[in-house]
Design a protein around this ligand. Sequence first.
Ligand SMILES: Nc1ncnc2c1ncn2[C@@H]1O[C@H](COP(=O)(O)OP(=O)(O)OP(=O)(O)O)[C@@H](O)[C@H]1O
Ligand SMILES: [Mg+2]
Length: 318
Amino acid sequence: MPPDPPAATRPAPPVLTVDDLRVAFPGAGEAVRCVSFTLRPGEVLALVGESGAGKSLTARALLGLTPREARVTGTIRLHGQPVTTDDLGHRISLVPQDSLAALSPVHRVGDQLALAALSLDPRLSRREARDSATAALRSVGLDTAQAAAYPHALSGGQRQRAVIAMATLGAPDVLVADEPTTALDPDVRAHILGLLRSTGATVLLVTHDLDVVRGHADRVAVMYGGRIAETGPAAAVLQDPRAPYTAALVGAVPTALTPHRSRLPVVPGDAPAPGEPASGCAFAPRCAYAEDACRTTVPALIRLPGDRELACPVRESV
Ligand SMILES: Nc1ncnc2c1ncn2[C@@H]1O[C@H](COP(=O)(O)OP(=O)(O)OP(=O)(O)O)[C@@H](O)[C@H]1O
Ligand SMILES: [Mg+2]
């Protein structure tokens, strides 16, 4: 056994550790299958993959927000301790996708944040709750006039800033943002993502958009068929993808049918249904590298040099 590295070079312990997370629905198979990953302090981890890959279910499982019929198993730890229901929405906080739906139309933005601050910490005085709302709004560049406005009077970008401010109230350990900018124009989107990053929070960012991964994530976890196919530093994975699915994703040319230039390119073939295939690697039916063993054995996620992980024995040593 090599000796432990000196403390100064040892990576900081993760903020969040997800181990063997599974989400299954009665009558359907597992939509999320043995998903394990960590979030390191202050990093943005992008969770990427095509529609139905299990990204939202994974994100929602961290918040205890999976559909009632879902059976969720696995372990989620915050700073090494199992997550409790008190942590949900408090130490792990959601940045909603649709700011208009997330904010009440009949209350001023500042009042809503003050109420949210009070519900997070009922010991606060009204004055303290209001001050903490004002500070949170100011930190995302919204002033007192915008705090006094009703949500419909703000632009989409301003509203999204307000919901980010709301999510950061109470200084959560982890922000979970599921496609937080899909409704916004590309330039506003970049600004909002920059803002999310500038909060210094540890973020799980679910996205379809490889440009978002490239520009705003430290690491990426690529999901396919409910499993993680590959993880690693965002730039390295996009530049030198190892999982055949990631390679197809990065190399695929957007078609005329791709709704937006920077949206996830289309990989030929159909995505698997939850629980499919019953054996082997879920990508094997669409994979140019597939060997016989790929159709029978589910590949384990193996550590590679360069802080990477890969679930593909065929591409482990290329
Ligand atoms: N309530 C449910 N009952 C049965 N199956 C469900 C339910 N909710 C989600 N699923 C299935 O779980 C799979 C993963 O869903 P999820 O919403 O996590 O996908 P996603 O990766 O977020 O996709 P998208 O990019 O379209 O948002 C999908 O195949 C979906 O059909
Ligand atoms: Mg989703």
